[in-house]
Design a protein. Structure first.
Length: 177
């Protein structure tokens, strides 16, 4: 099968990673940082300060014969709030912005089509940033596979688990445990 990579951010990368890991056709999800202006490899602490300009993102590798980019982005856009500027829920700041870093013109076109398809599903305009892929910096090891290793932690139970539950119920045909 042919694989493709898309880089997306929908708030805290722990949430986005946990959801994408459970989407049928996704073969790899890596948490990291992208879109900043500060030179060098940023740290979690630096990104959380909001001063580097980076967003918390995940780099998603998927089998495009198993799941189309359109379907993958639809799942992504409906499992976070793409109408909230620079944050998700209580996580506020540009590092938590909703963003799609596209890796080709075809990915840009698909993302724009998804925006059009979903624009009437929300009570406010979609503010998800669409930008060309920028350098991706892998997050520190303790941020990888976070939910799977810490599912009983308070944040995981209160914030991430409801997103997984929504994925399971809304996209039963796309869900894998």
């Amino acid at each position: 099968m042919s694989t493709e990579i898309i880089t997306i951010g929908g708030g805290c990368f722990w949430c986005t990673e946990a959801v994408m890991q459970r989407v049928k056709g996704v073969t790899k999800v890596e948490s990291g940082y992208s879109g900043g202006l500060a030179p060098g490899h940023p740290t979690y602490r630096e990104v959380c300060s909001g001063l580097t300009g980076h967003a918390e993102v995940v780099r998603v590798t998927f089998e495009n014969e198993e799941i189309s980019l359109n379907d993958l982005l639809t799942v992504f856009m409906t499992l976070h709030d793409p109408t909230q500027l620079n944050g998700q829920g209580a996580d506020l700041g540009t590092q938590y912005r909703s963003v799609i870093y596209y890796h080709s013109d075809a990915q840009l076109t698909t993302a724009e089509e998804v925006f059009l398809e979903l624009k009437n599903c929300f009570d406010a305009p979609i503010v998800t940033e669409l930008s060309p892929a920028a350098p991706f910096y892998s997050a520190e090891p303790d941020h990888h596979d976070y939910y799977n290793q810490n599912s009983q932690a308070g944040y995981c139970r209160a914030i991430i688990q409801p997103k997984i539950t929504k994925l399971r119920s809304k996209y039963v045909d796309r869900f894998v445990e």
